[in-house]
Write a new protein. Structure first.
Length: 263
């Protein structure tokens, strides 16, 4: 069985004050509070700007020893016309000192625009640019395609050949590709509802618990949309589940409810 981590996107969001964070909780202590209530955080700010090495080190120091940060890769890498030309931007992204996170460095999320269609040659060349490690620290990469054309066996094969994960999205507006292509699984659950105190109804949370446990045990769980099901290696794997977007105000409670069910 692999580890199952459940988290949220970021840790600073004004509507969380009084709904997740206690009233009058210091802004500068929000990371500490959030990291003791979830087991991972996906950082969105890295999509827009670089951080200093001291900042990475500070974030690592203020979180529990077994905590993990997932990072959204820079927009300069993924918004260009040809992804194959992103080599210099990828190198710049990894040169900002994020290795200060040490073992708390989780997967790197490469999120494509919803308008980007699948181009097998360009995607293959882009995947070949993704480094296996930085300064000796192993890296895990995950792609989030948001165009229907990526529901193609050729894309799944490219990701699997290179050990790159594909985001499993729970979102009505973007395609779901549940095929397991890496030694870990990365899910972004984006269908939370503000009318539900825990974002998802209890039955749906129970479903995602079963799915996450299946992934961790090396299975390909039922009830998901696959492109080439049955081709993944049967091996235990780490699982990352993020409650993100949707009714964001409910995200922390959705994550905590899932963690509680996972025990």
């Amino acid at each position: 069985m692999g580890d199952i981590r459940v988290g949220i996107g970021g840790w600073t969001y004004e509507p969380w004050r009084g709904t997740f964070f206690p009233d009058k909780h210091p802004h500068k202590r929000e990371l500490e509070y959030a990291s003791t209530h979830v087991t991972a955080i996906e950082i969105n700010g890295t999509f827009y700007s670089r951080q200093k090495p001291a900042t990475w080190a500070d974030w690592a120091a203020r979180t529990p020893h077994d905590f993990v940060f997932a990072l959204k890769a820079s927009r300069y890498c993924v918004t260009r016309r040809k992804l194959a030309d992103a080599g210099e931007s990828i190198a710049t992204f990894f040169a900002q000192g994020l290795t200060e996170l040490g073992p708390k460095l989780g997967p790197i999320l490469w999120q494509f625009a919803a308008t980007r269609a699948f181009d097998a040659d360009d995607i293959a060349r882009f995947l070949d640019l993704l480094p296996a490690d930085v300064d000796g620290l192993p890296l895990r990469h995950v792609i989030e395609p948001r165009h229907e054309s990526f529901r193609d066996p050729a894309f799944v094969a490219l990701a699997r050949e290179r050990g790159v994960a594909i985001v499993v999205a729970d979102d009505d507006t973007h395609p779901q590709i549940a095929d397991v292509t890496a030694p870990f699984v990365y899910a972004r659950l984006q269908d939370q509802r503000e009318s539900e105190p825990t974002g998802y109804p209890p039955a749906e949370l129970d479903k995602w618990v079963a799915v996450a446990r299946g992934w961790a045990a090396g299975e390909e769980p039922g009830g998901l949309d696959y492109v080439a099901q049955g081709q993944a290696k049967k091996a235990g794997r780490d699982v990352f589940v993020f409650m993100i977007n949707g009714a964001k105000v409910r995200a922390p409670h959705a994550a905590m409810a899932l963690l509680e069910r996972l025990g």
